[in-house]
Design a protein around this ligand. Structure first.
Ligand code: SDX
Length: 431
């Protein structure tokens, strides 16, 4: 069958170029513009990449119109039901669900990489206790390449795999240590007899003075949140990891770059911003005032946890987190938690308002995840840290996929220049 093409014509000169169409397995096809500048002397212009596919990937598929999210072809709803984050991590990394032996082996590898170099403990003490934990995460994760020289050859597939395992394993240990440092408590070592999520809660809440057993409801909720946050196609932080990786930077530096990008309130920082917003709104009687502010073009205020670049229907993850937040609050916190009541009323009012309906601004995953983290006793400034733990699986999966791509090259976008034309230097005494 003849290749599908698009023809682009310069209406001024009549020059035309035929561009190949590359079909997706599912989702929109793409027009290959790699030869456009060479053939027509023009760049494409797409700030925010609203219409740009930056790479080929087989890890995650999103249909924003239909509210579909699939990891390696499996619907997120079914994976959420499975309730095992490590199984989903294996799926994202290796492309297939593990059998029993593969899962046990992988779980054992991840469990036995959880400790961090003892000298890293001094690094935490270099931060003031009121440092934002995300600042600590960026710093400490970025420093890991100083410790693991035995897995830094990015051209060695085995080194890449070991670094990926180390990052997935050590994120909870580093995250819990940053939390312990912020509250002036001693760092708690991982316990290998616990599951990944139970270990996270253990390292956050155990103390040397008494035993701590993670609540099974909390472990189940954390498993779900980590599964839902594990990957999401070419979002801002994943694209950051890919761009950093394209220069052949080491994986620890790439993941630190991803953590930095995720921190922004327009992206992963939104879950913390949702709770701050609900706290600021304070009471149902103030909702109308804040909805008006969110609609006011002259007001920078936005309804945090609403809207999404891709989902123009319900974010399937928000639907799942909304359901679990109910369960968590009834089991772990007071049923009529004012924050939750306020969130439910805010959602109800916003979704009946034409401004949000016309712009298809539905609650996204961050709208309810913060409420669950709050019910688990996790402080607001740790919400995005929890997001980064889960998303590390997606980040390293994309990094591995990119490094395995024989066509991989350094990412180097161009620009639409709108600065001064060439001009001559003016000596100081003449200015
Ligand atoms: C995540 O990319 C991913 O996949 C991200 C993520 C992942 O898993 O990696 O899903 C995680 O980051 C979820 C999003 C979390 N962010 C927030 O909740 C912050 C609040 N949301 C917005 O900042 C915004 O909706 C974005 C950033 C999420 C999306 O922005 P877009 O796609 O660039 O949309 P836009 O800013 O062009 O908005 C379109 C219109 C504008 O109004 P008009 O110019 O058409 O009049 O909608 C308005 C915006 O003003 N709008 C909002 C709004 N979001 C968009 N108005 C009020 N409140 C909002 N939240």
């Amino acid at each position: 069958m003849a290749d599908k093409t698009f023809t682009l014509t310069n209406d001024e000169t009549g020059d035309a170029v035929r561009l190949m169409v590359r079909e997706s397995v599912q989702g929109p096809p793409t027009v290959d513009v790699t030869s456009l500048y060479r053939q027509m002397g023009v760049f494409t212009y797409d700030p925010g990449f609203m219409s740009t596919a930056s790479c080929t990937s087989g890890i995650t598929y999103i249909d924003g119109e239909e509210g579909v999210l699939e990891y390696r072809g499996y619907p997120i709803e079914q994976l959420a039901e499975s309730g095992n984050f490590i199984e989903v991590a294996y799926l994202l990394l290796y492309g297939e669900l593990p059998n029993k032996d593969e899962l046990e082996k992988f779980d054992g590898i991840i469990t036995h990489h959880t400790m961090i170099n003892e000298s890293l403990k001094g690094f935490f003490n270099g931060f003031q206790s009121n440092a934002h934990p995300m600042a600590v995460m960026v710093g400490v994760v970025g420093s890991l390449s100083a410790f693991y020289h035995d897995s830094l050859d990015i051209n060695d597939p085995r080194h890449r795999e070991i670094s990926a395992h180390r990052l997935i394993s050590k994120m909870p240990t580093i995250a819990a240590a940053s939390y312990k440092h912020s509250i002036g408590e001693p760092i708690v070592y991982p316990r290998n007899s616990l599951s990944y999520c139970a270990n996270m809660l253990h390292m956050m809440y155990a103390t040397p003075c008494e035993d701590y057993e993670p609540d099974p409801v909390a472990v189940k909720a954390l498993n779900l949140l980590f599964i839902l946050h594990a990957d999401h196609e070419q979002n801002a932080s994943t694209s950051t990891v890919r761009l950093a990786g394209s220069s052949q930077a080491n994986p620890f530096a790439c993941i630190a770059a991803g953590i930095a990008s995720l921190w922004g309130p327009a992206h992963g920082g939104a879950n913390e911003a949702v709770l701050d917003m609900l706290t600021e709104i304070g009471d149902v009687s103030n909702i109308d005032k804040y909805i008006a502010r969110a609609k006011d073009k002259n007001d920078k205020f936005r309804l945090m946890g609403f809207g999404h670049r891709v989902y123009k229907n319900r974010d399937p993850r928000a639907t799942l987190t909304r359901k679990v937040s109910h369960e968590c609050l009834s089991a772990l916190a007071d049923q009529n938690n004012p924050m939750f009541e306020l969130a439910m009323r805010l959602e109800e009012i916003a979704l009946s308002d034409d401004y949000f309906i016309e712009r298809k601004l539905y609650p996204n995953i961050d709208f309810y995840s913060g409420i669950i983290y709050r019910a688990l006793g996790i402080p607001n400034n740790m919400f995005t840290v929890m997001f980064s733990i889960a998303r590390t699986v997606g980040w390293v999966a994309h990094w591995l996929e990119m490094m395995d791509d024989p066509q991989q090259r350094i990412g180097r976008p161009r620009q639409l220049y709108n600065g001064y034309q060439r001009r001559q230097y003016v000596p100081l005494d003449k200015r």
